[in-house]
Ligand binder design. Sequence first.
Ligand SMILES: C=C(O[C@@H]1C=C(C(=O)O)C=C[C@H]1O)C(=O)O
Length: 291
Amino acid sequence: MNNGNSRSIKIGRIQYTNAWPVFHHFDPMSLPYQTEIHSDMPATLNRKLRAGEIDIAAISSYAYGISSDTYYLLPNLSVSSFGRVQSILLFLKSPLEQVIHGKIALTTTSATSVNLLKIIMEKFYGGKPIYEDAEPSLEKMLENADAALLIGDHAIRASWVDHGYRVLDLGEVWNVWTGHWMTYALWAVHKKTAEQYPEAIASLYHALLESKRHSSQDLEPIVSKATAEIGGTSQYWSNYFRHLCHDFGPDQKAGLQLYFKYARELGLMTEEVQLSELPSLHVPDNLSKHR
Ligand SMILES: C=C(O[C@@H]1C=C(C(=O)O)C=C[C@H]1O)C(=O)O
């Protein structure tokens, strides 16, 4: 159905399980306007949103930070953790003392975590490693690097293999050093799209919130789906989803602003970031089936 929109709204969906609680019960077909779903790795969605190839997406919080003037944030949506996240992992082939001055292979799928790793290596550990981008495949990455950073399901699968490498959970390291939350992903919409199609974006936003609410009340559907599609036990996935937080309140904002501050201090970004949220809108009945 096309309810007055002259074109479909293009939505970017992170393929990794960490975003499932927000997307699983989100049915774009139930929205009263046309949509197009782009299901991709975070780094691809960052690029597509930046290029205007999509209108609204879950993207790396770092990617939001460097383009925050052109996007609105969808309030109270994120992928965050307080401490261990279990899917942002540095696998160490060499001892840590060697890694911090050695070579680290970085997954090409990430933006937040590669910069979080730089903050940890350089600001917290006082090192200066060489970084090299690589496809997310642990053994290949470690062929000529001292350590390898993987995120999302690539990290989860690699953590199940009995390879004997020491593993650092970057959510945990961040929390130990700062006492803060860490936010890895945010939902952003082009200001232009939000201004042109305010009701469509508001109803889409409400559908995402509704999916998040549904998942938080009952993890079973996403736990079963993850077990069937990725493997592992239902205990593993229940524990994984329980440790993730998909809200974005004052505590998560404070942690993310500290990350942005450290990133600026290291020259990884230049501007201060205003977290400007989508202005709240009344969703007319005919545009929301999700209230
Ligand atoms: C929690 C995670 O957060 C992800 C990390 C991202 C990044 O490093 O840029 C982007 C999106 C998130 O989905 C994860 O990868 O497991």
